[in-house]
Design a protein around this ligand. Sequence first.
Ligand code: GCV
Length: 702
Amino acid sequence: MSNTKRNVALSLLLGAAIAATADDGSSLWLRKPAPDPSIVQTESQISDTLRITFAELASFKSNSVEVMENKHRTDLGDDGFEILMDGDKVKIIAQREIGLLYGAYYLLRHQACGTQITDNFAAKEVPYYKYRMLNHWDNLDGTVERGYAGNSIWKWDELPETVSPRYVEYARANASIGINATVLNNVNASPKMLETANLKKVKAIADVLRPYGIRVFLSVNFASPMVIGGLKDADPQKPEVLAWWRAKAKEIYDLVPDFGGFLVKANSEGQPGPCDYGRTHADGANVLADALKPYGGVVIWRAFVYGRKSEERVQQALLEFQPLQGKFRDNVIVQAKNGPLDFQPCEPFHPMFGKITGIPLAIELQITQEYLGQSNHLAYLGTLWKEVLDSDTYQNGPGSTVAKKIRESGMIAGVANIGDDVNWCRHPFAQANWYAFGRLAWNPNLKAEDIAREWLAQTFTSNPAFVDPVCDMMMSSVPAIRQYMMPLGLAHIFASTLGNHYGPGPWLYQTGNDSFLQYASLLSTNDNVPTRKVFDATATELGADRTKKGTGTVMQYNAPLCDEYDDINTCPERYWLWFHRLQWDQKMPTGDTFWEHLCGQFESGAKTAATYPGIWESVKMYVDPERYDLVLGRLKLQAREAVWWKDACILFYQSVNNLPLPKGITPPIYDLNKLKRIQFPSNVHFCPSPADVNKALDGALK
Ligand code: GCV
């Protein structure tokens, strides 16, 4: 037997390394800075991972703990653990040391949530996915694309000499929820990322993350062999291009032996790719895959492509990748966003999850709230992600959920919402999305509500007088945002489509603004049918006709979904306008007219948001003043913005349909022309501050 037993209780010098509980949000759900592993004193040499495990377990108060690494417990997989009671001692068993660390965080979570460790306490956990991964959209210049919490945490200009202590805190927070992989840089990748000087910086970060079980990946620019390698082009069929990638892979693995692989955005939004040379996405991915193969690395190739101009955008990825089934190397994973458009508040699941075979697919979720109020709105994304993961694609009959489908690749990725703000995510409740992503990546069968509750208990207090109302608020947040921003499957009506994606702008998506319309997939340029608007807001109707008689997008879904979506009587209400163009006076299955129903949605979302400040005020006594004020200011803004969205949309649609405001709808307080003039700087790196938004809205009321 190769078991190793170590008694933790023996020799910990505690106290000094554990600071008083911070209330600035910097310690996230863990509520204490990382303990100093050097407090652990043992007779024998132990690994950093084990040292961290013991240091963390020093905070576990209720029982003494023994950890046991057992190479024969293959049932626990690489990362799983079992927890058993031996008398009043708790035992953590794992096949690898990282499983012991995960077991330690499991115990600490239960302690913080108030679980009693009784004689018959037992648990066995094996993560559902192999790769539980963050995708940073961080740039070498320190900015973060769609980053709403300051600049990048990676301080490239200081590395490798100076290694920020925040990297340890980052690694620890991720390990505490099971995240084990991270792509450090933006998919809009600078070729410079692969320069030797930068790879040495990557090594410094990888060395900090490794003991926490986190492997580092990089986004790469497909034109790197040209831009930094001096080759004439980056054609994947040319031997010199393959040779360049092979040499680069060797250089990387010499520095970072456990390097995970490359993430690639190719032929999308101006990024270079294999299609520039008349090659396919498979040709492009395979050249990188061949270079990484000797080291066990993987290529993650994004399905978010624009290359094919002949269809509306939501159809493109499936059309592009279906002919490539079976053509990728076995170390390539294709990564699709949760929906076919672009992280909108409400999209049906990406049709690739139901149609593709022979290509392992990963899912990309967006933790950063690009389209859900950025760092100003409380949007608990656990509910949205559960809706996607639980969606049945019917690929292999009923029960073929998206969650099961992506197990083929074992990869789930989330676009990080982390920045260098003290509290990491700016809005204190945005931390819940980082947390929920990790928990669902570990176990997609968890309930969104249970995750919200455990996050609240750890981050604030487990007192039900706090947790119950605040959990209700979190659970209602995405449904409310959908209602007040883009109800019934409306999508991409943001004020500044090509810029900051902040605030309403339905008037921009009208005839004449064809680039906006195409970007938002609201215009079809299908070769087989004349160019036409998929979406329209006219005197008689609103919505996108993606039915069998329209663009036929419904046919990208398996039966029975294609028929359900095609028929307004069976189409889920949340997708009505995604798949259908509806007459304003049409009677809906709900009994009211479409216009009445639509206005009712805006009204209901705004009413829900209006309750949030009061809910928060009622729990003031449970929250430290700093986080209380931060949240309250933003909840008040959210309530105000909900009215902004409601009024802007209702007033604009009234300007095209000339219908009166339905009964029961609160009359608009704004004037449409003034709302049309509101503008924030077009910037992909920042969210407008609450002060700026309040000022703009005050101005619109004058
Ligand atoms: C990284 C959307 C965002 C872009 C992002 C892109 C992508 O279009 O607005 O900022 O670029 O998605 O996912 O590649």
